[in-house]
Design a protein around this ligand. Sequence first.
Ligand SMILES: *[C@@H]1O[C@H](CO)[C@@H](O)[C@H](O)[C@H]1NC(C)=O
Ligand SMILES: *[C@@H]1O[C@H](CO)[C@@H](O)[C@H](O)[C@H]1NC(C)=O
Ligand SMILES: *[C@@H]1O[C@H](CO)[C@@H](O)[C@H](O)[C@H]1NC(C)=O
Ligand SMILES: *[C@@H]1O[C@H](CO)[C@@H](O)[C@H](O)[C@H]1NC(C)=O
Ligand SMILES: *[C@@H]1O[C@H](CO)[C@@H](O)[C@H](O)[C@H]1NC(C)=O
Ligand SMILES: [Zn+2]
Length: 480
Amino acid sequence: MATHIVSKAFVAMVVLSGVAQGFTDGSETLKFVPHSKTDLKDEISQYQDIADEIIKLSVYGAAQNQSYNRLAEMVDRFGNRMSGTQNLEDAIDYMLDKLKGDGLENVHGEPVMVPSWKRGDESAVMLQPRYHPMSILGLGSSIGTPQGGITAEALVVRSFDELHRRATEAKGKIIVYNQDFISYGVTVQYRTDGAYEAAMVGGVASLIRSVTPLSIYSPHTGHQVYRDGVKQIPTACITVEDAEMMWRMAQRGIKIVLNLNMSAENIGMVTSRNTVAEIIGYKYPEQVVLVSGHLDSWDVGQGAMDDGGGAFISWQALSLIHQLGLRPKRTLRAVLWTGEEQGLVGSQAYYEAHKINISNFDFVMESDAGTFTPQGLGFTGNNGSYEVIKNVLQLLAPINATLISTPADGGDVAFWIQQGVPGASLMNDNSRYMYFHHTNGDSMTVQDSHQMDLCSALWAVVSFVVADLDNMLPRDNPNL
Ligand SMILES: *[C@@H]1O[C@H](CO)[C@@H](O)[C@H](O)[C@H]1NC(C)=O
Ligand SMILES: *[C@@H]1O[C@H](CO)[C@@H](O)[C@H](O)[C@H]1NC(C)=O
Ligand SMILES: *[C@@H]1O[C@H](CO)[C@@H](O)[C@H](O)[C@H]1NC(C)=O
Ligand SMILES: *[C@@H]1O[C@H](CO)[C@@H](O)[C@H](O)[C@H]1NC(C)=O
Ligand SMILES: *[C@@H]1O[C@H](CO)[C@@H](O)[C@H](O)[C@H]1NC(C)=O
Ligand SMILES: [Zn+2]
């Protein structure tokens, strides 16, 4: 805390003396001076030419298809990149080289400990009422079964409530959840807590219906959480099709017997890295506008959509600005997170390591919900900063991406936003996102080069303009 106060006082002194850096108007360097609405509009509208240049380069010019092609080169070479694997570390080394080669500054990795989990062989077979091998994916951090697997009768339920009501029937069974898909945010609790809830009533394993509104017999993996003091049982996801079929069979009073066989294993914590690149601000290098996405993925598909797209438009935002020879007043920093899929592990470590400088974090941006046709931003911040971002988004009128909605879709930047740093997430036409999420279908085939160009342009315009405004974005927390 003391450090902030000293640094603020130092900034104020420089402002008051106003000599060395040749300020014409002392007030412009005070961090949180609110503009009148007209001044703000005027200041921001002066960036229309730069915004147009960025859009031209990214969407129509020499950088057309660049973020898509760069992403394809990386994911075709490395495939998926699960935390704890050598493959992810190799991909990070590759990215460090590419970011340096692209002329970005202060390119480095920041070590962080992430969990390592091995999927191993896995299978689930229905033995009764008929032989039917099922497509499954073990859930991240699940333990394995004993050799030969677990053979037990299934108890099929539609909700935790139903499981609690039927608790006396659960002992020794494999709990199968056929929960409805409401939304990812609501329904994902069955993936996160399904094994814990099943173990609480004596279940020996659990299978969840994949969390998706659409299935073509595709299991969707993801993170799950055991709780202290509760028996750990193996857990996997099954397809919507198999979950619904088992539910129908159970409704008919048919006895279902399953064998679940998983050799999954938790290895422990290993070192990974958050990947960082910058364009250093020419006037306030210590103040930061952060753009981000995560480089790690699940161990299925290519991790191109989740979250190769978000990571690569964050690189591209800096790349476009560099290619145009631009440098904003504040530092632009791209952070490609690690350990996101294991529960925001990399971004939390980053927050802990850098929160001492929170007063210099101007704006934090994250793209982790698709890089389809961009519409604008999800935003969290006070009314003053909302007004600024709303005006900045007007610069994206040429690509029709001017919408602002609240709140931001926190994710990896939530730690900063919760403390009052203004933050944003990419709003895009991602209605198909959940079809591919955490499946073998998450590949370059889902991505579109034109859509990525539009997203990159939005990401570059917003981050550049915010980093170049006279003042930092206002925030309410007086300690920031
Ligand atoms: C970008 O990709 C599109 C479609 O694949 C192609 O028509 C266009 O020529 C490409 N642009 C550049 C600059 O390579
Ligand atoms: C369980 O999987 C192991 C390989 O992990 C295999 O050797 C074994 O035959 C399987 N057992 C059954 C019953 O599927
Ligand atoms: C905090 O910011 C200062 C000034 O930019 C920098 O020198 C220092 O390394 C930063 N510390 C951390 C932990 O990020
Ligand atoms: C912020 O804006 C909201 C909605 O526009 C309004 O209801 C609220 O009173 C404003 N708060 C302040 C402190 O201006
Ligand atoms: C602009 O975007 C909005 C919101 O995404 C959409 O409804 C509208 O059809 C778009 N207009 C054009 C001309 O693309
Ligand atoms: Zn993601």
